[in-house]
Design a protein. Structure first.
Length: 83
């Protein structure tokens, strides 16, 4: 018998923040490892500039960056940068 997909409600964030663009920059911190996740997520983390667990980068906020952040939102933490 084929195994069917079971969604586990306890996994991942309960809610995600609004995708409101800021006019400035955002600080992105990797809080969980990419090990054990799909190759697509690992390539997305690399494209953002995160090389390892606890790494931080500051990037200009844009719709393209928001799309990347949405793919790996359970592995990262995003905070707007005060200038």
């Amino acid at each position: 018998m084929a195994r069917t997909f079971v969604w586990h409600p306890g996994k991942g964030p309960k809610t995600t923040g609004k995708n409101e663009l800021t006019t400035g920059k955002v600080r992105i911190k990797q809080v969980r490892s990419g090990i054990g996740h799909s190759w697509r997520m690992n390539l997305t983390l690399e494209a953002i500039g995160l090389k390892h667990h606890q790494d931080e980068v500051i990037k200009q906020d844009s719709p393209a960056l928001r799309g990347q952040l949405k793919q790996v939102r359970h592995l990262i933490e995003v905070v707007p940068v005060e200038e």
